[in-house]
Design a binder for this molecule. Structure first.
Ligand SMILES: *Cc1c(COP(=O)(O)O)cnc(C)c1O
Length: 396
C-alpha cells in the first residue's frame, strides 16, 4: 500500500490544475504587459484568475497580489505593516509562538531593526486566547499576525474574533492562511482580515505560486523592485501558467470543500481513536478546533525520525515533530509552544491526510504505527528507563 499522508507539506496537483497549466503554457504564452493581442489575451487570462481567486475569499480582484508562494506573501505583509507602522511611530507587533518560520524569522529581522514583538502564549490546546490578545494591544501596536490554522498541529485560531478586536482597536490584522485556504471557508470581509497569505501547493495547485490579499486602502510595500506588474507592488513577469492553475485548483477546492472536509474529519477522528489506544501517547492540539486532515501525536520513549523511516518502508509518507531534516535535532517550536517537553516532542508524528483517503488506509496506518512504535520502544533506552521506573512517564 502507498499512502501519502503529508499534505500539510505539499499536495499533489489536481488533474484540472495540471490541465490548466499545460493549456496556459501552450496557448497563453504572451507577456501580459505586452500591448499586442497575444499579450492582451494573456492579461485577460491573468485577470480572470485574479477574479476567480478573489471570489473564493470574498475579496475584490484588485485586492489580490500574486506572489511566489506563502513565504513571500508572509514577508511582504509583515514588511508592509512595519513600514506603515513606523511612519506613524508605531513599532510594536503581536504574534504567536507557533507561527510558521516565514513569520517568525521575519519578526526576528524586524526586531533587529527596532521593532518590539510580543508573542502570545499558545496554551496546551494550541489555540491563543483573545483576552490575552486584547491585553497585549498597545497604543504603539501596528500589527497583529496570527495564523488561521497551524501547519503542524492543525489547530484553528479564533480568526473572526481576532479580526473584530483588531478592527475596533485600529490595528492591522494579517493572517497566514496557507493551511486554511481551500480547506476551510474564508471570508475576508466577515472575518475583518486586512492581509492574508495563501499558497497554491497546499490546495492541489503548483508549487512556487501563491497570493497575498491586501485590503483596499492599505499601501502595500514592495519586496521585489522592477517593472510595474501587479500595480507596481510585485515586479517580475507573472507566472501565468502557475497562476491560472492555482485559480483552477482553488475553484475546485472551494466547490468540494464541504464534502471533502466532512469525509476527512471522519477519517481523522478514526485515526485519532485508533492511535489513542497506544499506551503513553497523546494527541497534540485541540481535538475539535483542528483542520479536517490533521492528526498529530506524541509517543513517549521513541524518536520521531525513526518512526518516519519505518513508516516509509511500509509505504506511508508522514512527517515528524522535529526539524531534524534541516540538520539540527531541535524539536518542533510548535510542540514546545504548547508545553510539550523536549523528550516527548521528539517522539511526534504528523499525519496530514488528503481528500481521497479511505477508512481502509486509515486502518493500515493505525496498524503500522502501532507496530512501529512497539518495535522502536523494544530497544529504546529511554523507554526502558520509563518502564523500570527510573524516570516518570509524562504521557498517560
Ligand atoms: C507551507 C506554509 C508556508 C510556506 O508556503 P510556501 O508556498 O511553501 O512558501 C507558510 N505558512 C504555512 C502555515 C505553511 O504551511
Amino acid at each position: 500500500m502507498q499512502i501519502y499522508a503529508d499534505n500539510a507539506a505539499t499536495t499533489q496537483m489536481s488533474e484540472e490544475a495540471m490541465r490548466t497549466m499545460i493549456d496556459t503554457m501552450q496557448n497563453w504564452y504572451g507577456n501580459p504587459s505586452s500591448l499586442y493581442r497575444i499579450g492582451q489575451r494573456a492579461k485577460e487570462k491573468l485577470e480572470e484568475a485574479r477574479a476567480e481567486i478573489a471570489q473564493v475569499i470574498n475579496a475584490q480582484p484588485r485586492e489580490i497580489v500574486f506572489t511566489s508562494g506563502g513565504s513571500e506573501a508572509d514577508n511582504q505583509a509583515l514588511l508592509t505593516a512595519a513600514i506603515l507602522g513606523r511612519r506613524k511611530g508605531k513599532n510594536h507587533i503581536i504574534s504567536s509562538a507557533f507561527e510558521h518560520h516565514a513569520i517568525l524569522h521575519t519578526l526576528k529581522k524586524l526586531e533587529k531593526n527596532g521593532f518590539e514583538v510580543t508573542l502570545l502564549p499558545v496554551h496546551e490546546n494550541g489555540i491563543i486566547r483573545v483576552e490575552e490578545l486584547e491585553k497585549a494591544i498597545r497604543e504603539d501596536t501596528c500589527l497583529v499576525t496570527i495564523m488561521t490554522a497551524n501547519n503542524e498541529i492543525g489547530t484553528i485560531q479564533p480568526v473572526r474574533q481576532i479580526g473584530e478586536i483588531c478592527r475596533s482597536r485600529g490595528v492591522l490584522f494579517h493572517t497566514d492562511a496557507v493551511q486554511a485556504v481551500g480547506h476551510l471557508p474564508i471570508d475576508v470581509q466577515e472575518m475583518k482580515i486586512d492581509m492574508l497569505s495563501a499558497s497554491a501547493h497546499k490546495f492541489h495547485g503548483p508549487k512556487g505560486t501563491g497570493f497575498l490579499y491586501v485590503r483596499k486602502g492599505i499601501a502595500l510595500q514592495n519586496l521585489i523592485e522592477g517593472g510595474a506588474q501587479e500595480r507596481g507592488k510585485r515586479a517580475g513577469t507573472e507566472n501565468l501558467p502557475a497562476i491560472a492553475a492555482m485559480a483552477a485548483a482553488l475553484k475546485e477546492a472551494a466547490a468540494g470543500m464541504e464534502e471533502n472536509a466532512a469525509h476527512m474529519a471522519e477519517v481523522r477522528d478514526h485515526l485519532i481513536r485508533g492511535l489513542s489506544e497506544i499506551p503513553h501517547s497523546a494527541l497534540n492540539g485541540d481535538a475539535v478546533q483542528r483542520l479536517p486532515g490533521n492528526v498529530n501525536f506524541s509517543f513517549e520513549g521513541i524518536e520521531g525520525e525513526s518512526i518516519l523511516i519505518l513508516l516509509d518502508m511500509r509505504g506511508i509518507s508522514a512527517s515528524s515533530g522535529s526539524a531534524c531534516t534541516s540538520g539540527a535535532l531541535d524539536p518542533s517550536h510548535v510542540l514546545l509552544s504548547i508545553g510539550r517537553v523536549h523528550d516527548v516532542a521528539h517522539g511526534s508524528l504528523r499525519l496530514s491526510i488528503g481528500e481521497t483517503v479511505t477508512t481502509e488506509e486509515a486502518d493500515y496506518i493505525i496498524q503500522s504505527v502501532k507496530e512501529v512504535v512497539a518495535h522502536l520502544r523494544s530497544f529504546s533506552p529511554v523507554w526502558r528507563d520509563l518502564t523500570e521506573g527510573k524516570k516518570p512517564f509524562i504521557l498517560k
